[in-house]
Design a protein around this ligand. Structure first.
Ligand code: ZN
Length: 495
C-alpha cells in the first residue's frame, strides 16, 4: 500500500515585546500557499518543504498537501489567525482519511494571544486527532523555544544546525529519513529534551565562528556517531525575545525507543549550554563607535557592513527605527546605503512625488512610541519599484520576495531603500530592488542581526554590529520588561 504523508508548514518567531499583532494578512504578505500551489512555489528551493516533497517522491509516498504559511517575525498571533490556520491543517488531516505520517515545517517560537506554545498546542491537537499510530515529524528553527508539549506530542524534532540558516533542506531530509525508518518498523523515535534556567545562551546559536554552538554541535555529532540509537541530535539556542515560561536554549535528541541514556545525553548538553552562558563572539557597538570604526575600514567596493541589530525584523524588530540611520546622515557619510527600511507611508509619498523629485519626508519611528522618533529629512527619490525579486544568496535561494511598493530616497550621501512590507535584509537583492549595487558602496547598513552575514560578509571590509539597546530586539535583555519567565533566570538574575 502506498504510504500517505500529509505536509504542512506553519512558522512564526514571535517577539512578545512587539506591539504589532500577527494576522492572516501578515502570512499573506510573506508566504501563504495552499494545496497544490505549494509544489511550484517550493520545488527546487533550499527549503524544508522542498525536502518533504522530494522525500515523498524518493520513497514513493503520496503527498497530501495542506498549507505552508510563514510570516515575518512580529508580535503575538491573534487568536483568529492562529485558529484559522490550525483549523485548516486539522481539517485537512480529517479530510485526508488514513495517513501514515505528518511532516510539519515549524519554527518553534510561536506565541499566540491565547497560547504561549503555538507549536505544542498544534502538535497536541494533531496527536489528539490521529492517535499514536501516525508518525509526526517536525522541523524547527535553531531559535526554537522547544517545550515539553512539543517533545511529548511529536515523534521526531530536528532543528537547523547553521546560523545563518542555510541547511533547511538538509535537516528536513534528515527528518524524512527517520520517518522512513519508522514506517519500515526499523526504529521507534521518541523526543528527549533538556533546558536550564536561562533565556539566552549558546552564543545565540552562532555557527560562523568557533564557540559554544560549534562545540555543542560537535558533541551532538560525536554522540550520534557513537550511538546508533540516537537518530538525531539538535541544539536550539532559543528565542530570547519571548516572555513565556518555556523560553530559552534546549538540547533535543530523538532516541530509538525508551532509554535513560538519551535523557542523560541531553542533560549533559544542557549543562554545557549553562556553563558557557557568558560566552559571546559578537561585540556590540554604539552608533557613534560603529560609525567611527566603519569610517576607518570602509572603501568604495569594499563596504563596511553595519548591522542594525536591535531593529532586526528577523526577530520582530519594526524595521523602522531611526538611530543608526540618523547617525549615518549626521555623520555625512558618502556612498552609503541602508535596506530594508519599513515605512509604507514614506514609500507611497515617494511614488506619488515621482522619480527625481526632491521632497521632505517623515521617515520611520511611527509604530511604537517607546522607541526612536521619526527623522524629518529632505532628499531625492532616486529609484522606484514594485519591490519584487528572487533571493539569489545562500539563504533561501530561489524564493520570491514581495517587499511591496519600494522607493529609494537619498538624503545627502545616504540612500535608503524604503519598502512597504517588513523584511530582514539577508540578500544583496534587497539593495538591488532599490536600484543599488551593494558591492559599489562604501557603507551598507542592513536591518538584520546575523543572517545578513551569509550574503554580505564576502564583500565586506568589516561587519560591525550596532546595538544601543532600546529596541524590541535589543540584545541587552535586562532592558526588556520580562514578567512571565520563571525566576531566577539568566541573565536577569545574579549567579
Ligand atoms: Zn533562527
Amino acid at each position: 500500500m502506498t504510504k500517505r504523508v500529509l505536509i504542512a508548514g506553519f512558522k512564526h518567531e514571535t517577539n512578545t515585546f512587539s506591539i504589532q499583532p500577527t494576522t492572516i494578512q501578515s502570512y499573506e504578505a510573506r508566504g501563504f500557499k495552499v494545496g497544490e500551489a505549494i509544489v511550484p512555489y517550493f520545488k527546487g528551493t533550499n527549503t524544508e518543504i522542498a525536502a518533504f516533497l522530494d522525500g515523498c517522491a524518493k520513497h514513493g509516498w503520496q503527498p497530501v498537501l495542506s498549507l505552508a504559511a510563514d510570516a515575518t517575525p512580529s508580535g503575538k498571533l491573534t487568536k483568529e489567525c492562529y485558529e484559522t490556520i490550525v483549523g485548516t491543517i486539522l481539517g485537512d488531516i480529517e479530510k485526508a482519511g488514513k495517513l501514515d505520517a505528518i511532516l510539519l515545517n515549524l519554527h518553534g517560537a510561536m506565541v499566540a494571544e491565547h497560547t504561549d506554545d503555538g507549536e505544542g498546542t498544534l502538535l497536541e491537537r494533531i496527536r489528539a486527532k490521529v492517535g499514536p499510530g501516525v508518525v509526526v515529524a517536525a522541523t524547527l528553527d535553531l531559535h526554537a523555544n522547544v517545550t515539553q508539549a512539543m517533545a511529548k506530542y511529536a515523534d521526531i524534532l530536528v532543528s537547523y544546525r547553521t546560523y545563518p540558516h542555510i541547511d533547511m533542506y538538509d535537516i528536513a531530509a534528515e527528518a524524512v529519513e527517520i520517518v522512513k525508518r519508522t514506517l519500515d518498523g526499523a526504529v521507534k523515535p521518541k523526543v528527549y529534551l533538556a533546558r536550564r534556567a536561562m533565556i539566552d545562551g549558546a552564543d545565540h546559536g552562532r555557527t560562523t565562528s568557533p564557540g559554544p554552538m560549534t562545540e555543542l554541535l560537535d558533541r551532538c555529532a560525536k554522540i550520534r556517531s557513537e550511538d546508533a540509537g540516537v537518530l538525531s541530535a539538535s541544539i536550539n539556542a532559543g528565542f530570547a525575545w519571548a516572555d513565556i515560561p518555556e523560553v530559552g536554549p534546549t538540547a533535543v535528541i530523538v532516541g530509538d525507543g525508551n532509554d535513560p541514556r538519551f535523557q542523560a545525553y541531553v542533560e549533559g548538553l544542557a549543562d554545557y549550554i549553562w556553563e558557557t552562558r557568558d560566552y559571546r563572539t559578537v561585540k556590540y557597538f554604539t552608533v557613534a563607535d560603529a560609525l567611527a570604526r566603519a569610517k576607518a575600514v570602509a572603501s568604495v567596493g569594499k563596504p563596511a557592513v553595519l548591522s542594525d541589530a536591535a531593529d532586526n525584523p528577523g526577530g520582530g524588530g519594526y524595521g523602522e527605527s531611526t538611530g543608526l540611520l540618523r547617525g549615518m546622515i549626521d555623520a555625512k557619510l558618502e556612498n552609503a546605503a541602508m535596506a530594508a527600511f519599513y515605512d509604507p507611508e514614506a514609500a507611497a509619498a515617494c511614488h506619488k512625488a515621482g522619480l527625481g523629485a526632491t521632497i521632505t519626508l517623515k521617515l520611520g519611528g511611527k509604530i511604537d512610541e517607546r522607541f526612536s522618533p521619526p527623522i524629518e529629512a529632505t532628499g531625492t527619490v532616486t529609484h522606484l519599484s514594485d519591490g519584487n525579486f528572487v533571493i539569489e544568496g545562500p539563504m533561501l535561494r530561489g524564493v520570491g520576495v514581495a517587499m511591496g511598493s519600494t522607493a529609494t530616497f537619498k538624503i545627502g550621501g545616504v540612500e535608503v531603500v524604503i519598502n512597504s512590507r517588513r523584511f530582514q535584509n539577508y540578500d544583496r537583492n534587497f539593495f538591488r530592488a532599490g536600484g543599488i549595487e551593494p558591492s559599489e558602496r562604501a557603507f551598507l547598513a542592513v536591518k538584520s542581526s546575523q543572517h545578513f552575514r551569509a550574503a554580505y560578509a564576502p564583500i565586506a571590509s568589516e561587519v560591525i554590529i550596532v546595538d544601543e539597546g532600546g529596541g524590541v530586539m535589543s540584545n541587552d535583555l535586562t532592558k526588556l520588561p520580562f514578567t512571565r519567565v520563571p525566576r531566577p533566570i539568566f541573565p536577569l538574575d545574579g549567579e
